[in-house]
Ligand binder design. Sequence first.
Ligand code: KG4
Ligand code: ZN
Length: 352
Amino acid sequence: MIILGIETSCDETAAAVVTGEARILANQVLSQLGEHKPYGGIVPEIAARAHLQHIDRMIDLAMTEAQVSFTDLGGVAATAGPGLIGGVMVGVMTAKAIAAVHGLPFLAVNHLEGHALSARLIGNVPFPYLLLLVSGGHCQLLIVEGVGRYRRLGTTLDDALGEAFDKVSKMLGLGFPGGTVVEKAALAGDGGRFRLPRPLYGRPGCHFSFSGLKTAVRHAIAALPPGPLAAADIADICASFQAAAGDVLIDRTTHALDQVLGLHPETRTLVVAGGVAANGYLRRRLQDLCAGRGITFTAPPPALCTDNAAMIAWAGVERLRLGLTDGLDFSPRPRWPLDPDAPPAVGAGVKA
Ligand code: KG4
Ligand code: ZN
């Protein structure tokens, strides 16, 4: 089984070819960073136009790298939501056209399911497992019980963690996107210098909140002497922010582990996925937590943590195996929760 995957839900135009044996034959990712940089964030209209401009070429590149033709494919998978709807439509229409012309099954993949199953593309991680999904748009703890079977334990009440990294970076004048720059600056910093809040730390449940932490960083910067920030101040703020984020992730994930082991005592794995899972400091903190609990820690390599089409193709493999194909009338979904039955986070007895 060979599947073509297409990802266009945010600011990466990506195409990949993956086999049923979890071999990545091609994984092409074109970042639109340069196009969005002048605006300090992603502009949906620019993203949609850039996807339209580049998607055919990216698919050609992936098919050439994989040395396969459309007749070798067993199906075409595309991110069909959630995400910036203009971009999602470009990917879905392209996948549907290829499927229609070549008589192939079409697989409408939830972007979050792509992240959720990416660990099974890298290693043979059995269900159920606990998933910490931390990206620019999402911060969730979910039990992955099977393909299409997710139970959400917690989500963010306000900002996603990646978004908080991006905003801290912007406040410090370090540019966009912020995750990797803040992580790099933090290496030289003292994480104990600024006393930043740990929102919801020690509170029951598994929800997150990061807006108070972000505001505290703004106040800390404002309290520094006027003028350009010293490199040491930038490093200390980044390290202090990362330390606070790490404490929150550990606390929330500890609660989630307790819950998942209560429901499914056979659970052996924590999977961390999404762009923020590329952060070495946070990975180490979570690894230590798992070591202490006798749980296996798994995170895809950084290139498969950030948005890519290999994870979408792989989710397509998993879905096709179960016969979960979609009709060409499938409509892209700007919002598409993995666990539609999860109670809303607001009103869950927690305040940010
Ligand atoms: O999964 P992703 O590529 O796109 C979304 O679906 O959101 O995640 C992008 C996010 C950005 O907010 C970026 O700043 C963050 O992941 N990120 C990081 C790191 N690399 C990327 N955050 C912290 N540390 C990193 N090394
Ligand atoms: Zn993503």
